[in-house]
Design a protein around this ligand. Structure first.
Ligand SMILES: NC(=O)c1ccc[n+]([C@@H]2O[C@H](COP(=O)([O-])OP(=O)(O)OC[C@H]3O[C@@H](n4cnc5c(N)ncnc54)[C@H](OP(=O)(O)O)[C@@H]3O)[C@@H](O)[C@H]2O)c1
Length: 284
């Protein structure tokens, strides 16, 4: 099976490259320097040249404050880019695997969101990802939408300036109080766990929508506390509310993802321990 991967140097994309060691799968990674997904003709050329059976799109413009101030770029990369890839894949007979987000939901629910739950986003990024899901499916009926949440991976996200775990470790080392929101519950997920769970799903040719996120939710304050506990650090960690924290972006207060389609990933703490061991050698 030939798989073409867009976003190969992102945190999720690079874990797919690192962990898909399957003799039945030939994976070709594409980075932004090779092909800008907003360039319709460049996307077409790359897909035409590689004869893929499946195309995986992990690219995104997902710096949330920037999405609020620059919705045009948010639209171009996520919606137009996603459509470019899905449509070109369809023209060359390939299926499309498009990544999406827990932020397609508004957080009004208090039990895990399932694939069948109605989408209603609170911010520009989430709205653009809802549109991405829809145009991808319109352009290529052979589509799998994979919603994930709270990603952190070894490579970090260039577009977001790293990841939450590394930000917490840096703030702890800097010595001041570390203020973290305690009223937003989600499921922070190690991208390695997603990459591994995705491989059999893609090989099996799954279609529709699936949620791949760590089992159980936690709030960002308690997630930070777990990071510091594993790292043996004791900063002045202070819980704050979303209202205290302020900022231009409205976020769902609850966005844990559950699934009726695929088995749950491991507990968020297991994914975090794995990351802390692989990235920093803690606990090894
Ligand atoms: N991070 C999260 O917390 C989170 C949560 C829920 C859902 N998601 C979704 O999960 C997926 C993977 O996220 P991630 O955290 O792995 O993202 P990431 O690390 O930021 O990687 C995104 C990739 O997209 C590439 N890219 C951006 N604009 C591009 C363009 N115009 N043309 C070509 N490539 C472009 C980036 O290239 P450069 O490195 O060159 O910039 C990067 O390789 C995305 O669909 C995202 O929306 C993420």
């Amino acid at each position: 099976m030939n798989v073409l991967l867009f976003g190969a140097n992102g945190q999720l994309g690079s874990d797919i490259v690192r962990l898909w060691n399957d003799p039945a799968v030939t994976l070709t990674g594409v980075t932004r320097s090779h092909c800008d997904v907003t360039d319709t003709e460049a996307v077409e050329r790359v897909i035409a040249a590689s004869h893929p059976d499946a195309v995986v799109n992990t690219t995104a413009f997902h710096n949330l404050p920037l999405c609020e101030t620059d919705p045009e770029t948010c639209f171009l990369v996520n919606v137009a880019g996603g459509r470019n890839i899905a449509a070109a894949a369809a023209r060359y007979g390939a299926s499309i695997v498009q990544f999406s987000t827990d932020y397609v939901f508004d957080g009004e629910k208090r039990t895990p969101y399932l694939e069948s739950d109605a989408r209603h986003s609170l911010n520009v990024y989430g709205a653009m990802k809802i549109a991405t899901e829809d145009v991808v499916r319109q352009a290529n009926p052979d589509a799998l939408i994979v919603r994930v949440s709270g990603l952190y991976g070894l490579a970090g996200s260039a577009g977001k300036g790293g990841n939450f775990v590394e930000t917490m470790l840096r703030l702890a080392r800097e010595g001041g109080p570390v203020r973290v929101v305690a009223d937003q519950v989600t499921a922070p997920t190690n991208t390695a766990e997603i990459a591994e769970a995705l491989l059999p799903v893609v090989k099996h040719g799954a279609r529709g929508v699936i949620h791949l996120a760590a089992a159980e939710g936690t709030n960002w304050h308690d997630f930070a506390a777990a990071i510091f506990s594993i790292a043996g650090l004791q900063p002045d960690l202070q819980p704050v509310t979303t209202a205290d924290f302020g900022g231009p972006v409205q976020r769902p207060l609850y966005s844990v993802l559950g699934s009726t389609a695929v088995p749950p990933l491991r507990h968020w703490r297991a994914g975090l321990e794995r990351y802390m061991a692989e990235k920093h050698g803690f606990g090894t």
